[in-house]
Design a binder for this molecule. Structure first.
Ligand code: PLP
Length: 347
């Protein structure tokens, strides 16, 4: 097949901003080192674009959820620096861990047993301190299957770190109660938001994800964390419509006056969800160009009346300051990043 033409959707990933965000989070982590959550293709922004920048900035531990994420990551970092959060759920996973050298996070007694039976070796252990998602209970930690493990990092995960909730203190107390129950080299509790809760929460290793990629889950991050993802879509057609004409599915927008409109090659299949209906707007320089009608699978329609100079082939910015975009759309900052589809050329 011939070389593909450049697509009409692109997302610039600002690697300098990413590296600066990691350094800012590492500094905020005080005496602890910051690792990097790189699951779900670096929250949708792409392993190949992001991981080298994080590695070169100084990150030494990389967290993914699935075993299927290990191989792409191992192109850029040593397998021994990869932590797999979901842990080994069966013997195949155990074999794969042993063969690759990626380190499992053990979440249950079943996982502890099959890890040891399959040959075992260095692992992390997740203890549940109240999120009731993955992890061993405090009582589980005393079981032989857990005592037999060779534990690098004992971890837990905060449920409400983005809020000033009494839950944070309760989880911290419970984590302190866990640390004496098993031998370990290191302790790790805080995600991005947890880093802002202060040095009590930092322990030896923090695990930022969202804020690496420009997310600001708490006000402490404002001014410190830079935008990383800059999506853009090209205009692929323009047209004039008359007063009374309608636009798009369900004829959801009706023109009150004659206007010039543009079709962009961006739709809900690309992660620009229907959540943006009646709220979305695009930008070119200082101009705000409102979304008209409903988002289609592959297209949106935009009011171009303000900018008669723009036409086919011109690029519009999709506003993606995450905190603002989340307020506008009702989507979370996490969702906004991870929904960006594969038709964006990341660069
Ligand atoms: C995803 C994840 C993180 C990163 O969380 P952010 O809120 O994105 O910083 C840290 N730890 C665990 C266990 C996770 O699953």
């Amino acid at each position: 097949m011939p070389k593909q033409p450049d697509p009409t959707l692109r997302c610039r990933v600002d690697r300098d901003a990413l590296a600066a965000n990691w350094r800012a989070l590492d500094k905020m982590s005080g005496g602890a080192n910051a690792g990097a959550a790189v699951k779900a293709q670096c929250y949708g922004l792409g392993i190949d674009d992001c991981v080298p920048a994080l590695r070169d900035a100084g990150a030494m531990q990389f967290f993914v959820a699935h075993w299927s994420e290990v191989a792409a990551l191992a192109e850029h970092v040593p397998a021994s620096s990869i932590r797999v959060l979901h842990g080994p759920v069966n013997a195949q996973d155990v074999d794969y861990a042993c063969q690759t050298g990626a380190v499992p996070v053990i979440n249950s007694l079943h996982q502890a047993k099959i890890w040891t039976e399959g040959g075992g070796g260095l692992c992390n252990v997740m203890v549940d301190t109240g999120i009731n998602r993955l992890g061993l209970s405090l009582q589980n930690l005393s079981e032989d299957a857990v005592q037999a493990l060779n534990i690098d990092t004992l971890m837990s995960h905060l449920a409400c770190a983005d809020e000033d909730s009494p839950m944070n203190g309760r989880q911290l107390t419970m984590f302190h109660a866990a640390v004496n129950k098993v031998q370990h080299e290191r302790l790790s509790l805080a995600n991005s938001a947890g880093i802002a809760l202060g040095s009590d929460y930092a322990f030896d290793l923090t695990r930022p994800g969202l804020s690496l990629y420009g997310g600001t889950p708490r006000s402490e991050f404002e001014g410190l964390i830079k935008q990383v993802a800059f999506p853009q879509a090209a205009i692929i057609q323009t047209r004039h419509i008359e007063a009374g004409e309608t636009v798009g599915y369900s004829a959801a927008f009706r023109a009150e006056k004659a206007m010039r409109i543009a079709v962009l090659s961006l739709g809900y299949a690309d992660g620009y969800l229907r959540a943006w209906d009646r709220k979305g707007a695009f930008q070119h320089g200082d101009s705000q160009l409102p979304l008209l009608g409903k988002v289609s699978m592959d297209m949106v329609i935009v009011d171009l009346t303000q900018r008669p100079d723009l036409g086919e082939g011109d690029w519009l910015d999709v506003p993606y300051m995450l905190q603002h975009a989340a307020q506008q759309s009702g989507l979370s900052q996490y969702e906004l990043l991870t929904v960006l589809g594969t038709r964006f050329k990341r660069s």
